[in-house]
Design a binder for this molecule. Structure first.
Ligand code: ADP
Length: 221
């Protein structure tokens, strides 16, 4: 399956993508994670991306599209993938359409995760992420780790993303509304959009997502 995940920052895209990718046995491709990996490795691409990310803005298309295409061309993505954070504006969506067309393949669905704005701000302000694996996500109030600052899953160090500060979150939300939301209409025109609520327990959202994708394999399977 070829799936695009959309939703505001804090909707739980990364968390859901990790579960869905496992159930569907397709790679989870997150442009945010790819940028963060480049930043921690100190690459040129990472240096370019960092200032944009820290300010809550989008990294320029030129850099992003090349990086995403490169990742999608890896052998593990041949039979499908779950895109998380890409495309993030209409020109990236058009570039993706063209790349898929050139490969003679199509998207199966665009899964739109819906969550109210005040919930998003609460989720992000308290979010803590494991340095070893961005799918290990905690929240200081909603899902605190047993030991402060330590990942329950693997013992890794928990940290707050640079761009999770309240000011930057507001910019990211603004960027989401003005630049990313229009891709939903773009894909609606192709009949691909399925919208689900991203509220409630993580496994419930995963089950809702699987149902919306037309698969009966449950999150616990
Ligand atoms: P979130 O969905 O919580 O905002 P991500 O990890 O997906 O977080 O993205 C973090 C940041 O990485 C974005 O705010 C942006 O600066 C950059 N980024 C990620 N994907 C893209 C993209 N497709 N185009 C441009 N910038 C991107």
């Amino acid at each position: 399956m070829r799936i695009v995940l959309v939703g505001p920052p804090g909707a739980g895209k990364g968390t859901q993508a990790a579960y869905l990718a496992k159930i569907l046995t397709i790679p989870h491709i997150s442009t945010g994670d790819l940028f963060r990996a480049n930043i921690s490795q100190g690459t040129e691409l990472g240096k370019t991306a960092k200032s944009y990310m820290d300010a809550g803005n989008l990294v320029p298309d030129e850099v992003t599209i090349a990086m995403a295409r490169d990742r999608m061309a890896q052998p593990d993505a041949e039979k499908g993938f779950l895109l998380d954070g890409f495309p993030r504006n209409v020109s990236q969506a058009v570039a993706l359409d063209e790349a898929l067309k050139a490969d003679g393949v199509k998207l199966d669905a665009v899964l739109d995760l819906e969550v109210p704005e005040d919930e998003v701000v609460k989720r992000i302000a308290g979010r803590r992420i494991c340095r070893n694996d961005s799918a290990h996500v905690f929240h200081v109030t909603y899902s605190p780790p047993e030991q402060d600052g330590v990942c329950d899953v693997c013992g890794g160090e928990l940290y707050q993303r640079n761009d999770d500060s309240e000011d930057t979150v507001r910019t990211r939300l603004e960027v989401y509304h003005t630049q990313t939301e229009p891709i939903i209409d773009h894909y609606r025109g192709q009949g691909l959009v399925v919208t689900i609520s991203a509220l409630g327990k993580v496994t419930d959202v995963t089950d809702r997502a699987m149902e919306a994708l037309g698969s009966d394999r449950a999150a616990s399977a």
